[in-house]
Write a new protein. Structure first.
Lengths: 110, 885
């Protein structure tokens, strides 16, 4: 069912967005593009998921958004990590590492 | 963290600006998508289309993004409420029916709960009243229960039972108040051992209660005054303490006034007098005239005290030193049960009825909501397709229910206030603690819980299946009237069957109460109740100082009234049946020997004028009634009621027997006549005691012939029409004499049957509400199925089915529901018959006539409810029905 799929993506997408923003401020469009590039096309994050994710992160106080001009002179909303967002990213990365190690151990054991 | 709240706050305050920003943000994204597509070589038009395809449902994105904010719930709530109000306004009829149904269920509930709480649940006006209990005896030989105790029994329990802090004895009597400058008046008094007040923990706010020494025989005679009597007779004068009043001629010093809320054992007690036992009294084992009430030691339960009591009875029976011929089995009952016991059954049954009505109301509302949600499946499916979340839809529906339940709850609360006031107005005046009835915070909480509970209950059903709409199915079948609703129709049938069954239970209960009320009204009380006018009359002691003056006034007045046109007979008495003023007194019967353990001789005493018996139509069975010649100087005579004659002159005629009020200084009076028994206190059971009638002219010295009398005028015409003529006669005799408290015996009977009338009335009301609700429910189900089957019916008609066949088909469907409901309802009514048995009078809880009437009535109403949809079905135009497809 659709609901479960979103649930699964949600946590990870937020983590991905945090990670992407660590490199510097970006707008929603840039984020979808860079996720696609960095994941070598494996993850196609459309705007239907990216904006709700950004909203969630903003509501949590992990990212902050502000309007700025783009290279081609258009107004767009840029997001950047807050100090709290940095801490959250570190914590989640740590957790994710432990989880994937554990999962690797279990799935790898024969 | 601060920032976090700032973002939320901003989102709340600048909602529109944020929405606009968000739109801009999404537009930017869309434009970049288009640009990219153009860069890939698509035309502008194709690029836009591709972008739109790739980006999908913008509405859903916005909604999901909005959900990310935690203020969303508030946002949504406002939106839901606004939406709900709009939806509800669009269907005013539906909303009104739902709100009214709920208001009725909740309002009736709150009103009745208020009464139940005030009367049953609130503690008595005694501190720690759960530790108070009464001690009663069973007398198997006489088949008596709730039998009072004798002095030696009381003393034995007082001295040997360890479970009690205090164990007090008392007895209720009547006495005439004189010697205080006011009019002589017959009042209720209680003789109580000194520890009654400590046992109840009542402290007189003014003065004191009596002491153990004052209760000893021969000591200073004192009295404690009720608050109400202090106010009415002594005008609340503080100097009443220390004043001497005469009760039945004996001087008593008033030592205290009791708190306003206090009345024990009843509210009409005017004086409490000390009761002590002499060694001689303590030998009187046959003198069963004392009630026992006590306060249990802290921590001692009723069951524990009861087992101690059982042991004591066993021990006393075995021990020779306690040996008198028989120890009666004794049992305890909590004081609360004792005081509210009589009405508790009425109130609980009423509460049960009200709960059923609420259940029916809820079923009905659920039913109505289900119809609506059927009609709105398309709307819901559409909104799902447009991206509304499932949770969102469910909460939307729930909001609608809650808004309606809220409105219903408010209307119900208003109804409750009105209802509680109305109940207070129509409730029998002797309902204990009636004046304490009010709608209060607890009741309010109760209503709120009910409201929310009801809303959750019926909000749930549609929300549940709205959550799982078969999207494609609905959209495909939309308008076809397919089979989507079949399961839901089943659910609705179940609801209608249950509410109709509950209505049957209520109807049966109402029918039984109605019938027993009719039986009660048909009871022969021993006197006539129609065309009997009564009024109080009081002559001043200044003008009529001596007994002869008093007697002379009435002897002059009554014949003048009796000779008025339209008057059959005129008499007067100190008190009247059902109107008070008649009280028990100990009597002496010459030559009567106690055959064993019978209570001491006791009778209701009435001092009456010669015309009294004719005016009330009390039949003269033996000898004669009083005549003019039975004057102050003539030999003393008495008239006794039939049951008194049978009790004290068993197997022979009472005529010539001699009798007097106990303690009177006058010689015995000779019985000259026997008259029929009269139900003095209540209509639903024979009088507990016989009546001893004395001639008003010969009223014993301790009583003094009463100056205040109740006139009794039997008429052959409407009683009110002779009232003026009576006033004129009284004025002609003495213009200073007032005539007041004019009442007909009809009114007194209505008051005496008020409890029964009250429950009958409410029950009938509930049953009618239930009946109409289930009729609405039945109509709803049938109308809905007919609408669903329009196409099918159209085909049938097109294929040549008769209109009457179609009608029969619909009616048959409705009646099959009703038949099941009737079966269940009758079974339920039979099962619950036990509960209302004690409220019935002269009617079996399984009275076949009542059941038949209910079944007939239900079928009639159900046919009516079926008829409208059936007619509509038979009028279906086949062409139109098929075209609509």
């Amino acid at each position: 069912m659709a609901g479960r799929k979103i649930d699964l993506l949600q946590g990870t997408l937020d983590l991905i967005v945090l990670k992407m923003l660590r490199a510097g401020p970006a707008n929603g469009w840039q984020l979808t593009q860079s996720i696609q590039v960095v994941s070598k096309g494996a993850l196609d994050v459309n705007y239907g998921s990216i904006y709700p994710s950004l909203r969630r992160l903003e509501a949590q106080g992990w990212v902050s958004g502000s309007w700025a001009m783009t290279d081609n002179n258009r107004r767009a909303r840029f997001y950047q990590l807050t100090p709290a967002g940095r801490r959250q990213l570190a914590a989640e990365r740590e957790q994710w590492k432990r989880f994937s190690t554990a999962l690797g151990l279990i799935l790898g054991a024969d | 963290m601060f920032r976090h709240w700032l973002v939320r706050l901003r989102s709340l305050l600048h909602r529109e600006a944020i929405e606009a920003e968000f739109d801009e943000e999404l537009r930017y994204h869309f434009d970049r998508e288009v640009e990219r597509n153009v860069a890939r070589g698509l035309s502008q038009e194709e690029a836009r289309r591709a972008a739109r395809r790739a980006l999908g449902n913008a509405g859903r994105v916005k909604e999901e993004a909005r959900e990310a904010w935690s203020w969303r719930w508030l946002d949504e709530l406002t939106q839901d409420v606004v939406y709900a109000l709009r939806i509800l306004r669009r269907a005013p009829g539906f909303t009104a029916v739902v709100v009214a149904t709920l208001a009725l269920g909740i309002g009736a509930n709150t009103a009745v709960f208020s009464v139940v709480r005030s009367v049953l649940l609130r503690p008595l006006p005694f501190p720690e009243d759960d530790r108070l209990a009464v001690l009663l005896l069973r007398a198997p030989t006489f088949n008596f229960v709730d039998f009072p105790s004798s002095p030696p029994e009381y003393a034995a329990y007082r001295d040997h039972a360890r479970s009690w802090d205090q164990l007090a004895a008392y007895r209720v009597r009547s006495a005439t108040v004189t010697g205080d400058g006011g009019e002589p008046e017959r009042v209720v008094v209680v003789y109580a051992t000194w520890n009654l007040f400590p046992a109840l923990r009542i402290e007189p706010p003014l003065g004191r209660s009596f002491t153990a020494e004052e209760a000893a025989e021969g000591s200073n005679q004192v009295a404690v005054l009720s608050h109400g009597y202090w106010m009415t007779r002594y005008g609340g004068d503080l100097r009443v303490i220390g004043r001497t009043v005469r009760l039945d001629g004996a001087p008593r010093t008033v030592v205290g006034v009791i708190p306003a809320a206090f009345g024990f054992p009843t509210r009409d007690v005017r004086f409490w007098l000390p009761l002590g036992f002499t060694p001689q009294d303590l030998q009187e084992r046959g003198n069963h005239s004392f009630s026992i009430v006590g306060r249990l030691r802290s921590g001692v339960t009723l069951a524990w005290a009861q087992s101690e009591l059982d042991n004591l009875v066993a021990r006393f029976t075995a021990e020779p030193s306690f040996n008198f011929h028989q120890w009666h089995p004794a049992y305890l009952r909590s004081l609360r049960t004792e005081m509210v016991g009589d009405v508790s059954r009425t109130l609980w049954v009423m509460l049960g009825a009200v709960a059923l009505v609420l259940a029916i109301a809820c079923a009905n509302v659920a039913n109505l909501l289900l119809v609506r949600s059927e009609n709105r499946i398309r709307e819901m499916s559409m909104r799902t397709a447009l991206g509304a979340g499932r949770r969102r839809l469910a909460s939307q529906l729930l909001t609608e229910s809650l808004v309606m339940a809220g409105a219903g709850g408010l209307a119900g609360l208003a109804l409750a206030y009105g209802g509680a006031a109305a109940l207070r107005a129509v409730a029998p005046a002797d309902l204990p603690r009636l004046d304490e009835i009010s709608v209060d915070a607890t009741v309010l909480a109760f209503t709120t819980i009910l409201t929310v509970g009801a809303a959750a209950l019926f909000g749930l059903a549609p929300a549940l299946h709205a959550g799982r709409p078969d999207l494609q199915g609905v959209l495909r079948e939309e308008g076809r009237g397919g089979t989507v609703g079949r399961k839901r129709i089943r659910l609705r049938q179940v609801l209608v069957v249950s509410e109709t069954a509950l209505a049957v239970v209520l109807l049966v209960a109402a029918g039984l109460l109605l019938k027993s009320f009719r039986r009660l009204m048909a009871v022969d009380p021993g006197y006539r109740t129609e065309r009997l006018l009564t009024a109080r009359i009081a002559i001043p002691s200044a003008t009529y100082a001596g007994a002869r003056d008093v007697v002379g006034f009435y002897q002059a007045l009554l014949p003048r009234i009796a000779s008025l046109p339209g008057v059959i007979a005129a008499g007067a008495a100190g008190g009247l049946p059902l109107m008070g003023g008649v009280g028990p007194s100990d009597i002496e019967v010459e030559g009567w020997v106690n055959p064993g353990d019978a209570p001491r001789p006791i009778a209701d005493i009435q001092a009456v004028t010669p015309g009294y018996f004719a005016a009330l139509g009390i039949p003269q069975l033996e000898g004669r009634v009083f005549e003019e010649r039975d004057g102050t100087d003539a030999p003393l005579v008495a008239v006794v009621s039939q049951s008194l004659a049978r009790t004290y002159w068993p197997g022979r005629s009472a005529l010539g027997g001699r009798i007097r009020v106990d303690g009177d200084v006058e010689p015995f009076a000779q019985v000259v006549g026997v008259v029929g028994d009269v139900r003095q206190e209540r209509l639903d059971r024979p009088a507990a005691r016989g009546t001893l009638y004395l001639a008003h002219a010969q009223t014993p010295y301790t009583w003094a012939p009463s100056r205040t009398m109740r006139l009794t005028v039997g008429t052959s015409i409407e009683p009110a029409t002779v009232l003026n003529a009576i006033r004129i006669e009284v004025r002609a005799l003495d213009p200073s004499v007032p005539l007041y408290e004019v009442r007909t015996m009809d009114q007194a009977v209505a008051d005496a049957t008020a409890t029964q009338r009250f429950s009958m009335l409410l029950q009938t009301l509930f049953a009618l509400v239930a009946l109409s609700l289930s009729a609405i429910g039945l109509y709803g189900v049938l109308a809905f199925t007919v609408a669903r089957r329009t196409a099918e019916i159209g085909i049938r008609l097109a294929l040549g089915a008769q209109q009457s066949e179609v009608r029969r088909m619909v009616v048959r469907q409705g009646m099959s529901i009703v038949t099941i409901a009737l079966g269940l309802g009758v079974a339920g009514a039979l099962a619950s018959g036990r509960l209302i048995r004690s409220l019935l009078f002269g009617v079996s809880p399984r009275d076949p006539g009542t059941y038949a009437a209910v079944v007939g009535m239900l079928i009639a109403v159900a046919l009516l409810a079926c008829w409208v949809p059936a007619r509509r079905a038979s009028r279906v135009d086949p062409a139109e029905a098929l075209r609509a497809e």
